[in-house]
Design a protein around this ligand. Structure first.
Ligand SMILES: [Zn+2]
Ligand SMILES: [Zn+2]
Length: 255
């Protein structure tokens, strides 16, 4: 599996960080490219990837905050103009209402696409050729974290969440976990974790590498301090994600 961070920012994007979006590919397997979340800027990130927006037939949403869905309609329009009209949108409860509302607001798009929408809840599902497992997170809106599995790798994405044991359990055995780490330590925040909170919940967790993502501008200049803080409690490799970063994952050898 190959994971590309298209957007590692948040609802307050910076010049270096688009809002949230991840591109999953399965170069050695059968699964098609999968877009996970589609915040503002992600369409541009996708256009500069080798897959392009033409290559995305499935979009998986974690939740419906704007920084995760802003570019969704723009993606559909770009695909339509490129002659690619098949698309499936998968997401938590409320995804159908969101998509219906977007088409009601942009009526001229209605009937242009061969669109299907599927709502999923916690548990196991097949999405775009990936086996996924979902758990509900702790956030200001209903939100799902996802574990993705292919023949060669396991990857987990926390989506937006406080640091919670159920997401750490979901990530157990993953080669890579991309986790919300919106703010540095010292900021009093709900709905997102600080690095020390994240480190505490990941303590003892078997994950090869953690990428901190969903970064607010408050984290600028504090990345080293943030990774150090997580590593104080979590015995693994911790890095800060950046837009355009591609990570090749292989299933870790057991034992
Ligand atoms: Zn967000
Ligand atoms: Zn959110």
């Amino acid at each position: 599996m190959r994971v590309t961070f298209l957007g590692t920012g948040s609802a307050m994007p910076t010049g270096e960080r688009f809002q949230t979006g991840l591109l999953l590919e399965d170069p050695d397997g059968e699964a098609a490219p999968l877009l996970v979340d589609c915040g503002s800027g992600v369409l541009h990130g996708l256009a500069s990837s080798t897959v392009g927006y033409e290559g995305i037939e499935t979009v998986l949403l974690t939740h419906h905050h704007l920084d995760h869905v802003s570019d969704l309609m723009a993606l559909l329009k770009a695909r339509w103009l490129a002659g690619e009209t098949d698309i499936e949108i998968v997401g938590p409860e409320g995804t159908e209402a969101l998509v219906d509302g977007l088409f009601a607001a942009h009526e001229y798009m209605d009937g242009r696409l061969d669109l299907s929408v599927r709502e999923i809840g916690p548990g196991e599902h097949a999405v775009g050729g990936y086996g996924i497992d979902a758990v509900e997170t702790v956030h200001s809106m209903y939100c799902l974290a996802y574990r993705f599995e292919t023949d060669d790798a396991v990857f987990t994405f926390s989506a937006d969440t406080e640091a919670i044991a159920s997401v750490a359990d979901l990530a157990e055995g993953s080669a890579v976990l991309a986790h919300d780490c919106s703010f540095p330590d010292g900021i009093d925040v709900d709905n997102h974790p600080t690095p020390s909170q994240l480190g505490a919940v990941l303590s003892g967790c078997d994950v090869g590498r953690v990428y901190l993502t969903h970064l607010y501008p408050h984290t600028d200049g504090r990345h080293e301090e943030m990774t150090d803080s997580v590593e104080k409690r979590f015995d693994g490799d911790v890095r800060v994600a950046r837009d355009g970063l591609t990570v090749d994952l292989r299933r870790r050898d057991e034992g």
